[in-house]
Design a protein around this ligand. Sequence first.
Ligand SMILES: [Zn+2]
Length: 344
Amino acid sequence: MICHIEKVNYIISFCQKLKVSNNEIWHDEHGDYEIVIGRRILKDFVNTNPLHKLIISDFIDCAWIPLDKSFIKPKQSYPILSIGVFEDHNKAREYCKENNLEYLTAPLPLANDSFGTNRIGVPNGSSVKGGYPEKTLFDIELIEKLPVESNILGVGEFLGLYTSIIDYFSVRLKNPPERILSFIYDLTCILQTSIKKDKQSFIKNLSVALVFKILIMRISVDYQVGCGADHILANYYEKYFKLPHGKAVFFGFLMMLLIFPKWEKYGLTFHNMERFGAEMGLVTQTELNKITAIEILDLFSIAHDMRLKRKTNINPFNLDKKEIDFMRQRIKYYRGIKKWDTLH
Ligand SMILES: [Zn+2]
């Protein structure tokens, strides 16, 4: 089994509790993992808990988090705390692996899932296994201070889970776990409503959505369940269009819904998600025109070459002419060359 249904149910009930509480502890064979979500929690935490080392992102103005440095004591028994984005958490994960230390994370902004995975990025673009964090602190007040464009990147990272899961299971000729997909759908509806109404509740819901994603990857035998075809395409968009990860994943996710319309049956549809992306400010029509102008077989070949070991539905060697033609047609319809209703 790749995903045990009891474990999936445990994650869903954990995330449901987290939506209405501020502190929950996850337990599994990798250890305990505490999630704290609240206002002004980071400064208090740093000033009352001795740390071995603190890693803070260069772009974070430390005036935000006035720290009592006396609590940072380089003792091997104390953990490391990383505050920031991928590079910071990656540094902490690597250092902790080498020095056998525990680490804690605080994502700022909510741009991706790097705060909660066990993957250490290596220079060739792939990753190796490290440890999982002991605790993650989501400081809503600090996250809120960052520009909304950086926080919405996390929505892209979260939505990619939908197409990653379908890709992962369908390419192995298994049915995708509908319980996970329907919970992604529910969380997406909540994000769509909360982004229009209230910034704080949006941040809280997005924190829960990202926790959901990292827990699904954590219980899965294979972490690739969380980085399927959307992530393979994202690597291409990151490299050739210089897009940030969350945005690139969102484009990968949209592209998968566009060329595999049967994947919409689990709830999320291309048109709805395209609209959501535009409402959030995560995508523009110009960007979508650019992305959909790439010849599909070139895109698949280059993207697949960058992640050769991954089993995916967009492996150009496994697609026949009919399938590729259908995808080309879908893209043509999208680009306004033909009318949507005549296709299917
Ligand atoms: Zn990702």
